[in-house]
Design a protein around this ligand. Structure first.
Ligand SMILES: Cc1cc2nc3c(=O)[nH]c(=O)nc-3n(C[C@H](O)[C@H](O)[C@H](O)COP(=O)(O)OP(=O)(O)OC[C@H]3O[C@@H](n4cnc5c(N)ncnc54)[C@H](O)[C@@H]3O)c2cc1C
Length: 369
């Protein structure tokens, strides 16, 4: 391990929307803070989670990043069409979320634009650097091992914000337990519309089926994502990681198939964990988890990104309190995440309860019984 003297007030692990919102909120209030953001990727791969719910714009304007997001290609979206509870599709302004205009994002471009915004605000950003190990020093500071390829460096920080997404890489090393509600999995393909195939419908389409549901949503750059959402065991049992099986399943969903027929898929299919979960404890002595690391929602909610942004802000305020020697911020944040997750579960149960066409299906009965 290469020794390094760098010492920080706050180290943020993970540069998704949660990590970026936290970094920006910290330096907006305390520009004097030494903040580092460590991000494993270079934002060069496809990222899922392309619909920004209404309300996202206001948060991003407050963080000073909305122009950068527009430049990265956000496209207005006017809600969702759903075949849910009946074959007849109906208009639904974002299944869980408030009414208004949302946006379709190229998530890699969106996340990269936010990180550039973070850097412009004076935060040190380390891209392609993965948080790999942690130890506590006698003075209570964290010693973090950061890996870049085979090279490892150490940094020291008084406080850590875990924004590593669903893996909660730091919190899990602190023994934080994950409470998991289901095994929802996304099996997704990105599809391109060429010049002759017309523009993809701007609204998200959700189509319920016996063993799960499809969603398709436009992505800037004349592309769309098509994802089959079902439980991990059902995906495995039906071999849906296989292109032919996936296509066959899609053919049975008439509305979604009609959209898909006009585009050229980028194979292979990719698999994403989409289970609902939260940490039993979202903060501990000297650390706090935000975004998906703290709690992760069903994509039906279209709320993951907006939640990442505002828990990033709330987490940052709790950290600012802690830096002033106050513990109330952590306590308040802990209660907030618990209450929000309980409300989310109730809403989710209500939405799944609206689909009663397949009472014998394991997928639906697991969510309604
Ligand atoms: C199939 C599917 C569809 C979805 N659709 C939507 C949608 O339409 N709208 C919506 O709002 N949400 C959607 N979501 C949810 C949304 O993608 C997430 O809620 C959101 O990305 C969470 O943001 P985050 O910053 O907390 O975590 P992430 O976006 O997961 O970011 C975590 C970051 O941490 C980095 N990282 C991980 N480990 C380390 C490490 N050890 N060291 C350093 N960096 C690390 C990662 O590279 C990544 O950049 C969807 C999710 C799925 C699975």
């Amino acid at each position: 391990m290469t020794p390094e003297r760098a010492a920080y007030d706050v180290a943020i692990l993970g540069g998704g929307p949660a990590g970026s919102a936290a970094a920006l909120s910290l330096v907006q209030v305390r520009p004097d803070l030494r903040v580092v953001l460590v991000e494993a990727s270079a934002f060069d791969g496809w990222r899922i989670g392309e619909t920004l719910a209404p309300g996202g714009r206001r948060i991003l304007e407050g963080l000073g990043c909305w122009p950068a997001v527009v430049d990265a290609g956000a496209v207005e979206s006017h809600g969702t069409v759903a075949s849910w509870g009946s074959e007849e599709p109906y208009e639904n302004d974002f299944l869980f979320s408030a009414r208004g205009t949302g946006w379709h994002l190229d998530r890699a471009g969106f996340d990269a634009a936010l990180i550039a915004c973070v850097e412009s605000a004076g935060v040190e950003v380390r891209r392609g650097a993965r948080f790999a190990a942690v130890a506590r020093e006698p003075d209570g500071k964290w010693r973090l091992a950061i890996a870049r390829g085979v090279e490892r460096r150490e940094i020291r920080s008084a406080l850590v914000i875990d924004a590593t997404g669903r893996t909660a890489a730091f919190a899990s090393r602190q023994g934080a337990k994950r409470l998991v509600d289901d095994q929802l999995t996304g099996v997704a393909v990105l599809c391109r519309f060429d010049g002759s195939s017309g523009t993809h419908e701007a609204r998200t389409l959700v189509e319920a089926q016996r063993d799960g549901w499809w969603y398709s949503a436009a992505v800037p750059g004349r592309r769309a994502v098509f994802a089959w959402m079902s439980d991990a065991d059902l995906v495995r049992q039906d071999g849906l990681k296989d292109r032919q099986n996936w296509l066959e399943r899609l053919r049975a969903a008439q509305l979604t198939w009609k959209r898909f027929e006009r585009c050229t898929p980028d194979w292979p299919v990719s698999i994403w964990s989409a289970r609902s979960q939260r940490l039993h404890d979202v903060c501990g002595e000297g650390w706090i988890a935000i975004g998906d690391a703290a709690s992760a929602f069903d994509p039906l909610s279209s709320a993951g990104v907006i939640k990442a942004l505002y828990t990033g802000k709330l987490g940052a305020f709790a950290v600012l309190d802690r830096l002033r020697g106050l513990s109330r911020g952590f306590d308040r944040y802990r209660r907030y995440v618990e209450r929000e997750y309980a409300e989310y579960r109730a809403t989710r149960a209500r939405f799944y309860g609206e689909e009663r066409r397949w009472p014998g299906s394991p997928f639906w009965s697991r969510r309604t019984d």
